[in-house]
Design a binder for this molecule. Structure first.
Ligand SMILES: Cc1ncc(COP(=O)(O)O)c(C=O)c1O
Length: 349
């Protein structure tokens, strides 16, 4: 068996004639645009907001291309990586027929999206050490398994998956392998983006929502072969990244030094908070984290959650999630926020 993209794509997607936006039909410098039913008088905002944005987001992609060292044609931008998740499922998974694999505990949207798209989800749990269970994955895959979602570093456990386990999957499974690297910038692991040329079935997702601090803009990134990217482009909404987000993302992408400083500070704070939490009597375990959050196991997580909430501090209750029993997930805040939170948590004991 080998990878055959054409066999994986849904028939209706293969047959699809994509929407062609007004500006797709015209190349060159026009004086007057009367092709897209925009408001030619302008807008209450800076004048250019009356125009539809670049559907291909070329400027943002060019900047990202030089940062990530990936050609523009190997890049897809989504309205957050959440849109990439949805588009990948809709491109490859036939509702009511195909299935996909996730490895819980993991990011919730893979499953929610599959439920919306009526795609069966095969849940193959991580081991108690939060490692991939390669044997169970091999057993769980069948002829209709179109894709596997791997999250590294994983949310909510915080650990990176072992690269050799991911490679074992890439070498032996010929559906689409999606590696969600939303938190990669907080980790010492190398991105799988560098492996793109070796694996035609690999899709790496990253986002501007975490290390780049741009969650409000909704810009997520998928990197894959030109062929996979072309399929994603075929089915995306024409103007999925709005003009304001494109402009602001472009501006932010020039500030890489500032972002690197923030990453350094968050990683330092993570270690400080982790060391302090471990010392609290009711904290059973602080899991090692490669991300911008900590998974913390404690005696009575719901009581701690409620008491923090009473002080206006919101953390994420993961105590009912399998393999995360007894755990809260705490995002690393500013040094000041972390101190306040630690004080609040310590006062609970
Ligand atoms: C693992 C993971 N992937 C993707 C996302 C969503 O990213 P975006 O904001 O780009 O949609 C999150 C958000 O928390 C996440 O934890």
């Amino acid at each position: 068996m080998s990878f055959d993209l054409d066999q994986l794509v849904r028939e209706n997607v293969k047959r699809l004639t994509p929407y062609s936006s007004a500006r797709d039909d015209f190349h060159g410098a026009a004086k007057v645009f009367l092709d897209a039913n925009e408001n030619s008088l302008g807008s209450p905002l800076p004048r250019w907001y009356n125009r539809y944005p670049d559907p291909h987001q070329l400027k943002v992609k060019e900047r990202l291309s030089s940062i990530k060292r990936v050609p523009v044609n190997n890049m897809f931008l989504g309205n957050g990586s959440d849109e990439c998740i949805d588009i990948l499922q809709r491109a490859f998974c036939e509702p009511g027929l195909d299935n996909l694999v996730i490895c819980p505990p993991t990011y919730g949207m893979y499953e929610v999206c599959a439920n919306i798209n009526n795609v069966q989800v095969k849940k193959i749990k991580l081991t108690p050490e939060f490692k991939l269970d390669l044997g169970a994955i091999e057993q769980g895959i069948d002829a209709n398994t179109k894709m596997i979602f791997l999250c590294s570093p994983n949310n909510p456990t915080g650990n990176s998956l072992h690269p050799e386990d991911i490679e074992a999957i890439l070498n032996n499974y010929f559906g689409i392998v999606i590696i969600d690297e939303a938190y990669i910038n907080f980790s010492r692991q190398r991105s799988f983006i560098t492996m793109l040329s070796e694996y035609p079935n690999l899709v790496v997702m990253q986002t501007l929502s975490k290390a780049w601090g741009l969650a409000a803009l909704r810009v997520g990134l998928s990197v894959a072969s030109e062929e996979i990217i072309a399929i994603m482009n075929k089915i995306k909404p024409p103007y999925n990244i709005n003009q304001a987000s494109q402009e602001l993302a472009l501006q932010a992408l020039n500030e890489i030094d500032q972002v690197n400083e923030m990453i350094k500070e968050i990683v330092q704070e993570r270690e400080i908070l982790s060391a302090a939490l471990v010392n609290l009597s009711f904290v059973k375990k602080v899991y090692p984290s490669d991300a911008n959050f900590l998974l913390v196991k404690m005696d009575d997580p719901l009581a701690v959650y409620q008491k923090l909430l009473n002080q206006g501090i919101v953390v994420r209750d993961r105590s009912r999630v399998e393999l995360c029993e007894g755990c809260l997930r705490i995002t690393i805040g500013t040094a000041e926020e972390n101190k306040t939170r630690l004080y609040a948590v310590a006062s609970i004991s």
